[in-house]
Design a protein around this ligand. Sequence first.
Ligand code: ATP
Ligand code: MG
Ligand code: ZN
Length: 201
Amino acid sequence: MKRGTVKKCKVCGYKTSRSTCQYCTRKAQMISHNFLEKFSKSQFTPRICKIIANEEYINKPSMDNLFLYGPSYTGKTISACKHLLGHAARDYIEQTHRTFLFVKVSELLDYFRKAMNPDTATKLSRELLQNIDCLVLDDLGTEKVTDWVYEQLFLILDYRYEHLKQTIITSNYDLEELANKYSDTRITSRIEHAYTLLKMK
Ligand SMILES: Nc1ncnc2c1ncn2[C@@H]1O[C@H](COP(=O)(O)OP(=O)(O)OP(=O)(O)O)[C@@H](O)[C@H]1O
Ligand SMILES: [Mg+2]
Ligand SMILES: [Zn+2]
């Protein structure tokens, strides 16, 4: 069997058959195509893009589900977005073709309400949200809780829990406060068991 010549990647030194390894080639493409900037613009509000554009680093993607909670203005939303960006960067480099979405809980409930009316139906269905590979749900607990609202949130979070889909949640409330607000622990017990809890201050 003919063996390919083994070279070293000129960027990282890792063994490769080419002058630059696949990983370093992808990384260079990501930078030259402004991938992170384009991804930010497609997902986040101008306010978030502006803050993230000044960042020197993007969070190293944690494979865990994350529950980021704490008072207002402690950087929960920005941190969640940086995690999402980290995952998107890894996906680009490893070509895993995962799907990503950042959405505020109040906005998504608004989409669902509109979707029930054929005149205002939108593309963002519950089924779609359930199957996004990496999802940020921003501001859980700010929604006005009705039985219907709770059921929608439960269906999304329970499906993602059962199918091991990665989720990042931000909230002004801790799990006990959320459970009180919902008068139910089905959502919070899943978060407690399947998420890494990070208190921001
Ligand atoms: N990494 C960062 N670099 C620069 N500024 C930051 C960073 N993270 C947070 N901030 C500052 O903190 C502010 C609040 O951040 P963020 O919107 O994430 O707060 P939050 O915890 O989500 O608040 P709320 O609970 O009200 O939604 C930002 O507008 C920004 O000015
Ligand atoms: Mg926020
Ligand atoms: Zn390399």
